[in-house]
Write a protein that binds this ligand. Structure first.
Ligand code: NDP
Length: 808
């Protein structure tokens, strides 16, 4: 008996193991043409038009889905707005029950969902069954937990409101889950647009909403095309947040379209992720890793390991093993359970892959594909390997979004890091070495939101996912993902903001006739010693490039001093200095805390002088100014305290291993300060940024910049390394725009007018830098919950998740 089994093992080729499609096809047949899902009801699209959804494995029509237009979007948004009132007020426990019910129901319909997904997208049933759908359920369970805990774990936060969500076709139901679960958990309501090619699982999901009795309007699904539905959603004035996953180009246009609107935005964009193999890695595991990295989902994965970076000495043996493995990959009917690779989502996407591969060949790289042929019907493309690739060519730089791997070699770990970071993207990376010291040394140096050590394409709801650089901003999953769907309560209460503005106005008027105004900083009747107006760049006081200075006036219109007139060149120099100082982030958090305390100490010894300077510029009372100085000292203490306490967490996803969620600095942050508090405003922004290891280029208050100038000496005497803080005085609108447009600035914070906020957000789209703008709203900077704390620290950091499996 055992002999014959052995015989079978020796000779047996795979036979087909088709999954039945009859239930799924009957489900489609009974319902099509599909309507839109609004207010828990199926409604016809206003246009009366429908689109065909095609099975990419056969090229044949699968279903008719509604083609919505902007009127349908209006109706859906109105439904979501209406539902928001009661949904957001439900106790967290009630929302947790709904999310739990969704997770359960997804599991009950798992097989139907898996088959529908394979039919509609072309991905193998093995993947939809074992990965997509289980992860969808896990996402809803995990977020049911956050709904339950919201009140206790996120006190003082509120949902943002109606959320517009736009998802791609590569993981249709999983991307829906990544979007809907956190939105609902935090009390938002949703209008979701599936990708045009892949709406079916979203429509089955809509049915699940009905089955569990979700209140009407909480989730609305509007199918159709980008110009009619996606753009309408992005521009809709009653949508409070847009969450998008897709191409970097579209992400960029959404950034521009939402600039200045006050809409929250999260973007999960493209990638060209490195797969780094050191010479001591286990090559057989590496080969399986590569299969998962680039042939999983036919390479249509935003975090696909599409650049294989190999240590030179092992290139030949690895390529040999890889080709042998490619020869054995099975490509074909996605519904065949024994198939490794299915179909490409559409003929257009297939042509794009073919075009880029042809370009790679024309550029001189060596292309290799297995000897077997692809099915002729439907959209299929074989696994493809490029060697002899030069790092600057298009196949090495452009996201192909297909089963195409390019190989490059390196000699040293330093070279590996350089090559890995030689991309405009920063979504993910995978590092292979049996030396955990080396792997954990390299992981933080690669600019990417997820780093997988000796594994790849691992996802879990507990561990946030999202990009660095042009791969976008915001995270999905983990606690960090929740902040994309909430706001501090004080921020939403706009009437309160108005009250604050009112109060401030009263105070200024009061000061006008206050006798303490005589404390104007002048010393007796002697003229003060003339100061040459300078900027602070690279740790030095330097003259402005323009050679001009600008007069500074007090509240009564009298000249109280001068500052340098900074220009584009000064900003560029300052950014360069900030870049050279990036070693700041490598220092210990203890050291950064020490320096922040030291700044406070040196400022305190001159508190009277700083208070007088505030009086001189603003005409506020001395006691008021003194209070600002004391608040500044307290703020410095707060961030000195936070410097070594805003730590990451260790996640325990369902695997043998851990995920280290590390808070990493953004890099270089451009900061445009507010006018109201010349000193506190500056320190409230600079301190959290540098506490977290960033270096900064600051444009201080335009009206009252003299307090910033006085800080030069404080920084110089407080062991702040050269280039960590750079200050360029001058016209704030122009200078902050230069910062927003600068490709080497990683994030920009702008506290100023609504119009200025809009310009900064628009300009930031150039390199998709993260922005934090005030949209013309002021906050109460003296009030601790508004003026300092974790909101600032989160803006100063990005989370990197390092996956470390263990066990032999
Ligand atoms: P898109 O970025 O165009 O599409 C993603 C989603 O956005 C779809 O729902 C799409 O609608 C919608 N959309 C498109 N344009 C707009 C717009 N101006 N405003 C609002 N919504 C819009 O990706 P494609 O599907 O066209 O794929 C093109 C390339 O993008 C791929 O080859 C790949 O390189 C990359 N990509 C990256 C993904 C990722 O996960 N990072 C996912 C998908 C693609 P519709 O489907 O109706 O066009």
């Amino acid at each position: 008996m055992s002999m014959s089994v052995m015989d079978i093992f020796e000779t047996m080729a795979y036979g087909p193991a088709p999954e039945s499609t009859s239930t799924a096809l009957a489900w489609i047949e009974e319902r099509q043409p599909f309507g839109l899902f609004i207010n828990n009801q199926w409604v016809k699209p206003v246009s009366g038009q429908y689109l065909e959804s095609i099975n990419p494995a056969t090229g044949k029509a699968l279903a008719q889905v509604a083609s919505a237009n902007s009127t349908d979007v209006d109706i859906a948004v109105a439904a979501a707005r209406k539902a928001f009132g009661s949904w957001s007020k439900l106790p967290g426990h009630a929302r947790a029950r709904y999310l739990y019910a969704i997770a359960r129901q997804v599991q009950k319909h798992a097989r139907l969902l898996a088959v529908l997904e394979s039919l509609d997208n072309g991905k193998p049933i093995r993947e939809t069954r074992d990965l997509d759908i289980p992860l969808v359920a896990r996402h809803f369970y995990y977020h049911a937990g956050w709904a339950q805990l919201m009140a206790s774990e996120l006190p003082g936060y509120e949902p943002v409101g109606v959320v517009g969500q736009i998802i791609p076709w590569n993981f249709p139901l999983l991307m829906l889950a990544w979007k809907i679960a956190p939105a609902l958990a935090m009390g938002n309501t949703v209008v979701l647009k599936p990708a045009r090619y892949t709406s079916l699982t979203a429509l089955k999901f809509a049915e699940i909403m009905q089955e569990i009795g979700l209140p009407p309007g909480v989730v609305n699904i509007v199918t159709g095309e980008a110009p009619q539905v996606g753009e309408a959603l992005v521009r809709h004035p009653d949508v409070n947040k847009i969450a998008f996953t897709g191409s970097t180009d579209v992400g960029c246009s959404i950034r521009r379209a939402t600039a200045g609107s006050g809409k929250k935005l999260s973007l999960e964009l493209g990638g060209k992720s490195p797969f780094v193999v050191f010479d001591d890695a286990d090559l057989d595991s590496v080969v399986e890793g590569v299969v998962d990295a680039i042939w999983f989902n036919q390479g249509q994965v935003c975090c696909a390991g599409s650049r294989l970076l190999v240590q030179e000495t092992i290139e030949q043996p690895l390529i040999r093993k890889l080709r042998a493995r490619m020869e054995k990959l099975r490509l074909g009917d996605p519904l065949d359970k024994a198939v490794d690779m299915g179909a490409i989502v559409s003929p257009t996407q297939l042509q794009e892959i073919q075009r880029l591969v042809a370009q790679g060949v024309a550029e001189g790289a060596e292309m290799w594909q297995p000897s077997w042929a692809c099915p002729t019907e439907g959209s299929f493309y074989p696994p493809t390997l490029f060697t002899n690739v030069s790092p600057a060519t298009s196949i090495a730089q452009v996201e192909i979004f297909g089963p195409v791997l390019v190989t490059m070699t390196f000699r040293t770990p330093e070279e590996a890091v350089l090559l890995a970071n030689n991309t405009r993207y920063g979504l993910a990376a995978s590092v292979w070495s049996d030396n955990i010291n080396l792997a954990l040394d390299v992981a933080p140096k690669i600019q990417a939101g997820s780093v997988w050590i000796n594994c790849t394409n691992m996802f879990d709801a507990s561990s946030g996912f999202g990009g660095y650089r042009e791969s976008g901003f915001g995270r999905e999953g983990g606690k960090e993902g929740l902040y994309e769907y909430i706001r501090p309560a004080w921020e939403t209460a706009s009437y309160e903001l108005l009250l604050i503005a009112e109060r401030y106005k009263d105070e200024v008027e009061k000061v006008e006739d206050d006798e303490t105004i005589s404390h104007d900083g002048t010393v007796g009747s002697l003229p003060s010693i003339d100061r040459t107006p300078k900027l602070f760049i690279g740790g030095k006081q330097v003259r402005p490039d323009s050679g001009y200075s600008r007069d500074i006036f007090n509240a009564k219109g009298q000249i109280v001093g001068q500052v340098g007139e900074g220009n584009r060149k000064d900003i560029r120099n300052a950014v360069e200095a900030a870049h050279s100082a990036k070693g700041w982030s490598a220092g210990t958090t203890h050291n950064r805390a020490q320096i922040l305390y030291y700044i406070a100490e040196n400022l305190a010894s001159r508190e009277d002088e700083f208070a007088r300077r505030i009086v001189q510029q603003t005409g506020r009372t001395y006691s008021d100014a003194f209070e600002e100085v004391q608040a500044t000292l307290s703020r410095l203490f707060s961030y000195a305290a936070w410097a070594d306490k805003f730590e990451g967490v260790v996640h325990r996803p369902p695997l043998r291993g851990v995920v280290l969620a590390m808070h990493e600095p953004m890099g270089v942050i451009g900061i445009a300060c507010l006018d109201a508090y010349p000193l506190l405003g500056l320190v409230s922004l600079v301190a959290p940024a540098i506490a977290m290891g960033n270096t900064v280029v600051v444009v201080p208050s335009q009206q009252s910049p003299l307090s910033a100038i006085d800080c030069y000496q404080v920084f110089e005497t407080s062991d702040v390394p050269a280039g960590v803080v750079n200050i360029v005085t001058g016209e704030r609108a122009t200078l902050s725009l230069v910062l927003a447009e600068h490709d080497d600035v990683d994030a920009i914070w702008y506290f100023g007018s609504a119009e200025g906020s809009k310009r900064v957000e628009f300009a930031s789209a150039g390199n998709m830098k993260r922005t934090w703008v005030s949209n013309g709203h002021d906050r109460d900077w003296l009030n601790v919950p508004q003026g300092e704390g974790q909101e600032f620290l989160r803006e100063a950091t990005q989370v990197k998740n390092i996956w470390v499996p263990y066990g032999e």
